[in-house]
Ligand binder design. Structure first.
Ligand SMILES: Cc1ncc(COP(=O)(O)O)c(C=O)c1O
Length: 380
């Protein structure tokens, strides 16, 4: 399709559609077709495609100043940082902006090492944290870690949901425990609330930094702003939360939210990136958070999630629905890949996962009941 395959490395498995235009939960293709997007381009379209408030903010900023680095002050950057911190649970009080999820995780691990003067990092079976060297070395899901060989030393694997397996590894050489609080790619797996509470206690006891990779769960996806500090997560707040994906509604941006205690260890020039905190990305961040607030999307996620779960009970082939808010894994009695294809044939985009029976939904936070009805009808 077009010349992508001729001129690009063949590293992505693609759906046979060419996206040309987007509006809310809809993607319009070059062929004039219209698809219901329940995948949001890898969980990026949190505010939906081309939310007018975000588009306006990005357009206005682009006309004023596309970019200047962190060598100068910027009102756009200050506003985005203030807004993001204002919605973060206490005691997260400072932000570092970067450009992607993997970069946010690299910086989070670096800050943990700097603040503890230790090196080891514990992550979990089934976790995915990105593809740059340190993040891929922290990724124990499937084949990814091997792709990053030679791996960064000092990464060890605990069993997700099993506090004893973490306790055995958590000695005084461990800088951080990092986890996706809901493991998305693994098939949308959650632990019991006790697990998060026990992790917090273990970290407090042994001087270890707790990092939540909220690249997927953050920015409203679960129906709360973050999994950190949420009731479902036993109100646990880690020292560092990493964000990307939906944070800029499609404009690339990542962030680490940190406590004052972590911030106190970070000195001038310890971290940095040219594009982090660029003005267009910052305008997108502020407008994204405002759009979620203005349109009451958090409440919408909770309401429509409940409806979706109810309606999916009517579908005979559905065995269980995993996850929270709009990060949902539909577990089928048989393989999910044919369902993914059949839905695509009916012009509905969903996602697969590394669990062959689980279909993932990561729709815009604006999804409504009538869109759920379209999905249920198509599944039927
Ligand atoms: C939980 C999680 N962490 C990190 C990443 C890496 O983010 P990025 O692709 O922006 O580097 C991803 C990407 O899928 C992710 O799902």
């Amino acid at each position: 399709m077009f010349n992508e395959e001729q001129y690009q490395l063949a590293t992505y498995k693609k759906m046979p559609i060419a996206a040309e235009r987007g509006e809310d939960v809809w993607i319009y293709t070059s062929d004039g077709d219209k698809y219901l997007d329940l995948y949001g381009g890898h969980a990026v379209a949190g505010t939906g495609h081309c939310h007018p408030h975000v588009v306006k903010a990005v357009q206005e900023q682009a006309g004023k100043l596309l970019f200047y680095s962190n060598l100068v002050y910027s009102q756009a950057r200050a506003r985005a940082a203030e807004k993001l911190v204002s919605i973060a649970p206490n005691p997260l009080s400072k932000v570092f902006f970067c450009n992607s999820g993997t970069e946010a995780n690299e910086n989070a691990m670096r800050m943990a090492r700097m603040s503890t003067r230790r090196e080891k990092i514990i992550t979990f079976s089934g976790g995915f944290h990105g593809r740059t060297a340190d993040a891929i070395s922290a990724t124990f899901l499937g084949k990814y870690r091997a792709l990053g060989k030679p791996n960064v030393p000092g990464h060890v694997e605990a069993e997700f949901g099993n506090i004893n397996s973490v306790g055995e590894l958590a000695d005084d050489t461990v800088a951080a425990i990092m986890l996706e609080p809901i493991q998305s790619m693994a098939g949308v797996r959650m632990a019991q609330p006790d697990f998060y509470r026990q992790l917090r206690e273990l970290c407090d006891e042994r001087g270890i930094v707790l990092i939540y990779d909220e690249v997927q769960t953050g920015v409203g996806r679960t129906g709360d702003w973050f999994f950190a500090g949420s009731k479902t997560g036993a109100n646990v707040v880690p020292e560092i939360v990493t964000l990307a994906k939906a944070l800029g509604s499609g404009v690339p941006v990542g962030a680490c939210l940190v406590t004052d205690a972590i911030a106190s260890h970070i000195k001038e020039n310890d971290l940095g990136t040219t594009f982090g905190g660029g003005m267009v990305a910052m305008a997108a961040v502020t407008a994204t958070l405002e759009a979620i607030e203005n349109d009451s999307m958090l409440a919408n996620v909770k309401r429509v999630e409940a409806y979706l779960r109810r309606r999916l009970e009517e579908v005979e082939q559905v065995k269980a629905v995993h996850g929270l808010g709009f990060l949902l894994g539909i577990e089928f009695k048989d393989k999910a890949a044919p369902v993914h294809q059949a839905l695509l044939d009916q012009k509905i985009i969903t996602g697969t996962s590394s669990d062959a029976r689980v279909l993932r939904l990561l729709p815009p936070l604006s999804l409504q009941e009538q869109h759920v009805d379209l999905l249920v009808k198509a599944l039927g």
